[in-house]
Design a binder for this molecule. Structure first.
Ligand code: ADP
Length: 214
């Protein structure tokens, strides 16, 4: 089964991915995480990607698709995938359809997490992440037990370099001009969810939809 999480920066894609993984047998494919891991490890891809990510710009398609294919080659075992942050353009959506078709698969459900701009900005400002396990915290609503350290692996929490007001605005422009076009591309598969509310409320809708689909 293939689930896409679609939504603006800080709409809750990462948080809902964590919920899905805890309850169902899914594999999380977050292009943001893949890119950041490549940057941290200073791979050839990472070196090329860095300037785009730091400026809040989309990484060029040719680089991205190679990183995704590498990632899939190394993680072949699980057939259920959550696609988080990919696709973000029509070009990427067409290429995902092709990747899946080769394996006799398809996109099954697209959850569209619809968040207001001011809510997303507030989340961005208060977000810290664990660079090791990728867990995300909110300094107002989802506070780590030990300030500055990850609850799961005790790693020092950091702010993402693209989580500031001006880069958020750049990211939103791409989201509004490119990614939103996917709403009509996927119109038959979309479940639209108000993502301004508590995690638990959103999660219940997602969990029920996955259970109903199976
Ligand atoms: P968010 O959804 O909060 O913007 P992500 O972690 O999904 O955060 O992405 C962080 C950055 O990684 C993006 O701003 C962009 O530079 C790059 N990126 C992630 N996914 C894609 C994609 N599908 N296409 C191009 N660039 C991407």
């Amino acid at each position: 089964m293939n689930i896409i999480l679609l939504g603006a920066p800080a709409s809750g894609k990462g948080t809902q991915s964590e919920n899905i993984i805890k309850e169902f047998n899914f594999f999380h494919l977050s292009t943001g995480d893949i890119i950041r891991t490549n940057i941290d490890n200073q791979t050839e891809y990472g070196i090329k990607c860095k300037k785009y990510v730091q400026n809040g710009k989309l990484v060029p398609y040719s680089l991205l698709i190679d990183m995704i294919n590498d990632f899939l080659r190394n993680n072949k075992k699980n057939k259920n995938i959550i696609w988080d942050g990919f696709p973000r353009t029509i070009e990427q959506a067409i290429s995902l359809d092709e990747i899946l078709k080769k394996n006799q698969q398809q996109v099954d459900i697209v959850f569209y997490l619809n968040v207001n701009e001011h809510v997303a900005l507030d989340r961005i400002i208060n977000r810290v992440v664990c660079p090791k396990c990728k867990s995300s915290y909110n300094l107002k609503h989802n506070i780590p037990k030990n300030p500055n350290f990850c609850d799961f692996d005790n790693h020092h929490l950091i702010k993402r370099s693209d989580d500031d007001v001006s880069k958020f605005k750049t990211r939103l422009v791409d989201y509004n001009t490119l990614t939103k076009k996917l709403l009509s591309y996927y119109k038959k598969k979309i479940i639209k969810i108000d993502s301004n509310v508590d995690n638990e409320i959103i999660w219940k809708i997602i969990r029920d939809a996955i259970n109903d689909y199976n």
